[in-house]
Design a protein around this ligand. Structure first.
Ligand code: ATP
Ligand code: MG
Length: 241
């Protein structure tokens, strides 16, 4: 199958201390692709290049086989991707207002039922009228997930969305992502430093270390038969960082 997103000959440096160097990477349609690796390895940088938030200094990013940059990606294509970040950025509005915002921007009417369902799914229907600035961290992150899901993206990018959450909220979010991936075939690129999360959810996993992808494999192969000594060290917690 042709990849939905593909990176080719990417190099992107910050000063002289960090270079992301990705000769080739393909994301398959419908997969949950986890990117794991130590802090500072370049996971968020890789995600920002894949979702066209950052233009790589060298190399190409292909979406459905055609190369675009953050500057010339048509809005219809940009709207097929949504990102949830580690820190939820909510509007000073009600929970309902936050979840409906993206649909309103897109001029969509009749979103009422979609929003209601999304709030049920993240188990926040009872807080629809509450002001978003009074939510707990876990509730706020569930609102940002609902806000992303009502847009029905083709690709959902997640940058450590559960890093600050308690196990209950982590489980709710993981279940929703898994179900949405299965039911809608939504492609998911999930950055996490939590290898257990990658093991629970991902179809394929990539280890990023020092700006380079050390190993990409199916979740089974990655966790049970890692090929690279650094992958083995990362999995056992022995990779020093
Ligand atoms: N805009 C920027 N300007 C300068 N340096 C940056 C910038 N963004 C990232 N870096 C540097 O690039 C390296 C990779 O950062 P990145 O945020 O991609 O890592 P990460 O794997 O997401 O780490 P973490 O797990 O801590 O979120 C780090 O050394 C970081 O300091
Ligand atoms: Mg990061």
């Amino acid at each position: 199958m042709d990849p939905i997103l593909r990176l080719e000959a990417i190099r992107h440096s910050y000063g002289d201390h960090f270079t992301l160097n990705i000769p080739e990477l393909g994301i398959q349609p419908g997969e949950i692709f986890a990117v794991v690796g130590p802090s500072g390895a370049g996971k968020s940088t890789l995600l920002r290049i894949l979702n066209f938030l950052e233009k790589p200094q060298q190399g190409q990013v292909y979406f459905h086989g055609a190369a675009y940059t953050s500057g010339n990606l048509p809005i219809e294509l940009r709207r097929r991707m949504t990102t949830v970040f580690q820190q939820p950025l909510l509007l000073r509005a009600s929970v309902w207002g936050n979840v409906s915002y993206g649909l309103r921007v897109r001029g969509s009417r009749n979103g009422h039922e979609t929003i209601r369902q999304a709030l049920e799914e993240v188990r926040l229907a009872h807080l629809a009228k509450q002001s978003a600035d009074r939510l707990s961290g876990g509730e706020a992150q569930r609102v940002s997930l609902a806000r992303a899901l009502v847009l029905n993206p083709e690709v959902l990018f997640l940058d450590e969305p559960t890093a600050n959450l308690d196990p209950g909220n982590v489980r709710i979010i993981e279940e929703i992502i898994r179900r949405t991936n299965q039911e809608r075939g939504m492609t998911v690129v999930w950055v996490t430093h939590n290898i257990w999360q990658a093991r629970r959810l991902a179809h394929r996993v990539a280890l990023l270390f020092d700006g380079e992808i050390i190993e990409t494999a199916t979740a089974d192969a990655f966790f049970n038969h890692p090929q690279d000594s650094r992958t083995r060290a990362f999995l056992t917690g022995d990779l020093i960082y």
